[in-house]
Design a protein around this ligand. Structure first.
Ligand SMILES: [Zn+2]
Length: 613
């Protein structure tokens, strides 16, 4: 945490330094930041020269599965749990009752929250040894409690969960999103000893949280309910993780797929505030929907990641906050004399800036865009490398922000380049990141219209969140796309990335190879400039070797979730840190694929007051 802040600060400093003069030879500085091939972000900065930043000690965050430890080998970082109750004096039954109480309290509280829920599902070819996805589905919605967990859809560009395909799938469609909402809790009715058998298994650490592990089974022949394992932290007896099968979820999901499906769920919560653990990640997979017994182990045929975030924005206080006035620091301070009327050109620029600010603010308020943070700084550093080495000076600085969703997309909102979390996740290295940013930058350099100025009118965005993604469009004409692609090749050719472009080309090849199978992940813009007849970016692809799925050395794209961690309470983004794990088989490459998610569990701490240096 501390080291991340420092990186963010250093990068922030570099990114905020005045537009460097191209006469001075640019010097490259490498920073630690993103793991794997992106772990050394190049920083080109003309002034001050050759500033080498000492990499901070890496924060090792092994996956939670490796955190299994008894007290003797407990991680040093684990705070002394200081249990409020003497555990030695509690019976299994008493612990079970405390779990029931904590879970009932959470289930009740959840009804007041309205987090965003994103579900992304991939189907895999049944006999493919490499686990290559062949089909996908996407859903983005908002959690609501209406006599049960429900999802209100937020419109999206593509996908079969969209309105028109609702007509094609009239029966199951309406249930599927609610099935995802239901996965966040093992049992929305009571999880108590009257209905369930609790069997104590062991104690185990999940990250920093010392947990009791119980196996749960519904008593008797209950047709619905949860069967599986729960991990319960021992301070307040909140469920941190549950893993098993929930029959309630099965009913809704089976009706969607029109066959009997047992959806196995691995669901994680994170500690948002003291005592408040909120559902954050759910992974489900189904290996064998047909239930025929086969001797051979089978690969999953369907994998789904469900992510939840935006609890704070969309919590119970949100409505009051909308009616109260928030005074933020002024974000635009152009130093102009306010008494003087602006020239027509300056007015036009201000007008476009207002449109940009309106869109960015609205997207952030909807929880779709992450608040400004250190990851933006990493992107801006790469962007600055392109600007400096190409001797480009723009009339307004370009900023970067991150969309919190998974589909791979990038676009410009005025002078802000927006990249999705999913796209940053899967990019194999810094050169491919530079390619994406360079494409968006090219639109700005070429003077393309970067914002629809209709959004300068305040009323345009006074719409419900559900309509937001339908109203906002950030498209360029085919001619502008083609021009931007020509320009980005020139930018990259004189950038620090010029010798590493085969990886960027390889990424494009991977996207191209999957675009037909994964139309929900590979979104229009990226699709446009990859699939424009292979024309404009083909020089990059020609530099790249052919895709070699069996080759462990070749990483064309990373799996989803490979780089960024979202704080589901505040929507803040962090870079995932941890040692790069060497792959042992081609099956582990899974480019752009859904994998299980194992968050590092930490207790929420009251953030220390930040004192200035
Ligand atoms: Zn474009």
């Amino acid at each position: 945490m501390r080291s991340l802040t420092r990186i963010g600060f250093v990068i922030g400093l570099l990114a905020l330094s005045p537009v460097p003069h191209a006469q001075q030879p640019p010097s490259a500085v490498t920073l630690p930041g993103l793991e794997q091939a992106l772990d050394k972000i190049t920083v080109v900065d003309a002034a001050p020269p050759a500033q080498v930043v000492q990499p901070p000690a890496p924060v090792v965050t092994p996956p939670a599965s490796e955190q299994v430890a008894d007290k003797a080998t407990a991680p040093q970082t684990a705070p002394s749990p200081a249990p409020r109750v003497q555990q030695a004096t509690l019976s299994i039954e008493q612990v079970a009752d405390r779990i029931t109480a904590a879970e009932s309290a959470l289930t009740a509280r959840l009804r007041a929250f309205h987090p965003l829920v994103e579900a992304y599902l991939q189907n895999l070819a049944p006999d493919d040894k490499l686990g290559v996805p062949i089909h996908d589905e996407y859903f983005l919605g908002q959690f609501e409690w209406k006599d049960g967990p429900k999802l209100t859809p937020l419109s999206i560009n593509k996908g079969s969960f969209q309105q028109q395909s609702l007509i094609k799938k009239p029966f199951g469609m309406q249930y599927l999103p609610d099935g995802f909402a239901a996965m966040t809790v093992p049992d929305w009715r009571l999880l108590d000893r009257q209905r369930y058998d609790f069997t104590f298994v062991r104690r185990e650490f999940l990250g920093e949280a010392r947990c009791f592990v119980f196996d749960l089974k519904p008593k008797g022949e209950e047709a619905d309910g949860f069967t599986g394992r729960i991990w319960v932290e021992d301070r307040d007896y909140n469920i941190v993780r549950f893993n098993g099968i929930s029959r309630n979820v099965d009913h809704t999901l089976s009706s969607f797929f029109r066959k009997k499906i047992s959806f196995h769920v691995d669901s994680w919560r994170v500690n948002a505030l003291t005592g408040l653990w909120l559902p954050a990640y759910v992974y489900c997979e189904e290996t064998d929907a047909s239930d025929n017994k086969q001797a051979l182990p089978r690969l999953p045929q369907m994998k789904t990641q469900v992510r939840l975030w935006g609890y704070d924005l969309k919590g119970t206080r949100a409505q009051q906050e909308f009616t109260s006035i928030q005074i933020d620091e002024p974000s635009v301070q152009d130093g102009a004399d306010p008494a003087r009327q602006l020239s027509p050109v300056a007015s036009q620029r201000r007008w476009e800036q207002e449109a940009e600010d309106n869109v960015i603010d609205r997207l952030t308020r909807a929880g779709i865009l992450a608040p400004a943070g250190p990851v933006d700084g990493v992107l801006e550093t790469v962007l600055n490398n392109l600007l400096v080495t190409n001797n480009v000076a723009l009339e307004a600085p370009i900023k970067c922000r991150v969309l919190l969703t998974s589909p791979l997309e990038s676009f410009t909102v005025g002078h802000t380049i927006v990249m999705s979390r999913g796209l940053i996740d899967v990019l194999p290295d810094e050169a491919s990141l530079a390619m994406i940013l360079g494409h968006e930058l090219s639109h700005a350099i070429l003077g393309h219209q970067l914002i629809d100025t209709k959004f300068a009118f305040a009323d345009r965005l006074m719409i419900p969140d559900q309509d937001l993604l339908r109203v906002l469009r950030f498209k360029h004409s085919a001619a502008e796309e083609s021009a931007a692609n020509t320009k980005v090749l020139a930018l990259l050719a004189s950038s620090p990335y010029k010798d590493k472009l085969s990886d960027a080309g390889l990424f494009l090849r991977a996207v191209l190879a999957s675009a037909k199978q994964l139309p929900n992940l590979i979104q229009t813009h990226l699709g446009d400039y990859v699939l424009d007849g292979g024309q404009s970016l083909s020089p990059l692809m020609q530099q790249a070797p052919a895709l070699a799925p069996e080759n462990l050395e070749q990483i064309p794209a990373l799996p989803l979730g490979a780089r960024l961690v979202v704080d589901p309470w505040s929507n803040r983004l962090e870079l995932l840190r941890g040692p790069a794990v060497p792959l042992t088989s081609a099956r582990e490459k899974v480019p752009m694929a859904v994998t299980p998610l194992m968050p590092y569990i930490r207790y929420a701490v009251v953030p220390p007051r930040v004192t200035s240096r």
